[in-house]
Design a protein around this ligand. Structure first.
Ligand SMILES: *Cc1c(COP(=O)(O)O)cnc(C)c1O
Length: 355
């Protein structure tokens, strides 16, 4: 199978597995796991932050950030398609009792003026606006990214108005390699940063939350409350250390491969539009004659997996397990599709996964 559904589908390589086998471990709830401590210190220093917290998922690091930044009844300014709001099952309400102010952005990105326009006045009627959360790269934005100066402007605006700002950097390294900047330049703009090891970096598990000492101390307590205190998880953390040492620069190849597939797609008559391919995510809309589920069924017959993400919208993501030969195969299968008579099954166009 050529699995383009997500960059979360990667399997650890033999080299990564070897690093995991060698890991020294201990009980991390007692702060006894040297490998987790090493990963946390490494991640924090990469971004120039004081401290880090290793967690099982990016959903947990994001939700811990919201919990640690806010009090119940506070409001969070966030773009309406961002993961923290759209894909975390109402977690901000569930864990933190927060309300949200949703911004309709440009491919998942907001502007400083959006912050200024959406801060509640301080009076008895309104929720206290407390936090801005942004996403880089933006998943539903097709892997779009903020530049360093855009991040700086958002951070300056948030801080100037007394707000905290969190970066959901699940795929921040994809943005960093495109921008040719170091994580330290990003870290200095945010009160907290979350990034995933289990996406393009190729680890089986894990995300990190970064901030100052006091914040991470409080977040660690909440992690225990959330049930995320782990024991000899150094085995998993070792994969993270390996990934930070070896799998960042190669993200450029994923971006090139995504562009190659995107070029073929944009020449097809069944593609109504395709988002610009800024990093490793390809999102496009099929025409009415080629419902998304029909497109993915055709691909599946050729051992290629894509995912339907909306009304006739399809997403493909390149990653560590997609090499040039797999890209060639995908392109040749896509090229075959042109010759195929379109089989119009309109009534079939909307399945549950296709909303
Ligand atoms: C994947 C992802 C997360 C975290 O997802 P988990 O599956 O919980 O690790 C957070 N934000 C964005 C933008 C993501 O794409």
């Amino acid at each position: 199978m050529i699995d383009l559904r997500s960059d979360t589908v990667t399997r650890p390589t033999p080299e990564m597995l070897n690093a995991m086998m060698q890991a020294k471990t201990g009980d991390d709830v007692f702060r006894d796991d040297p490998t987790i401590k090493e990963l946390e210190a490494k991640a924090a220093s990469l971004f120039g932050m004081e401290a880090a917290l290793y967690c099982p998922s990016g959903t947990m690091t994001n939700q811990l950030a919201v919990k640690t930044h806010t009090q119940p009844g506070d409001e969070v300014i966030i773009e309406q398609t961002n993961h923290v709001y759209f894909y975390e099952a109402g977690g901000m309400a569930f864990h933190s009792g927060c309300s949200v102010r949703l911004i309709k952005g440009d491919r998942g990105r907001i502007k400083p003026q959006d912050i200024l326009d959406n801060i509640n006045p301080e009076n008895d009627h309104h929720a206290r606006t407390r936090l801005v959360s942004i996403e880089n790269t933006a998943n539903r934005g097709g892997g779009s990214y903020y530049t360093l100066s855009e991040m700086g402007a958002l951070s300056e605006t948030a801080h100037y108005t007394g707000l905290k700002i969190h970066l959901d950097g699940a795929r921040i390294f994809n943005a960093l390699v495109e921008l040719n900047i170091s994580p330290i330049e990003v870290g200095k703009h945010f009160d907290s940063v979350s990034f995933c090891l289990s996406k393009g970096l190729g680890c089986p598990v894990g995300s990190l939350l970064l901030s100052d000492e006091d914040f991470i101390k409080r977040a660690r307590k909440y992690r225990k409350i959330f049930g995320g205190g782990m024991r000899q998880a150094g085995i998993l953390a070792a994969a993270g250390i390996y990934a930070l040492d070896n799998n960042i620069e190669r993200l450029r190849d994923d971006h090139q491969r995504a562009r190659t597939i995107g070029q073929v797609l944009s020449s097809k008559n069944f593609v109504e539009w395709i988002m610009p391919i800024d990093t490793n995510i390809i999102i496009f809309k099929c025409t009415e004659e080629m419902p998304a589920n029909q497109f993915s069924t055709f691909l599946k017959e050729h051992d290629i997996l894509a995912v339907d993400i909306g009304r006739n919208q399809v997403r493909m993501v390149t990653h560590l397990d997609i090499d040039d030969s797999k890209v060639d195969k995908v392109c040749s299968v896509l090229n075959q599709m042109e010759d195929r008579p379109l089989n119009i099954t309109q009534h079939n166009a909307f399945t549950a996964s296709n909303r």
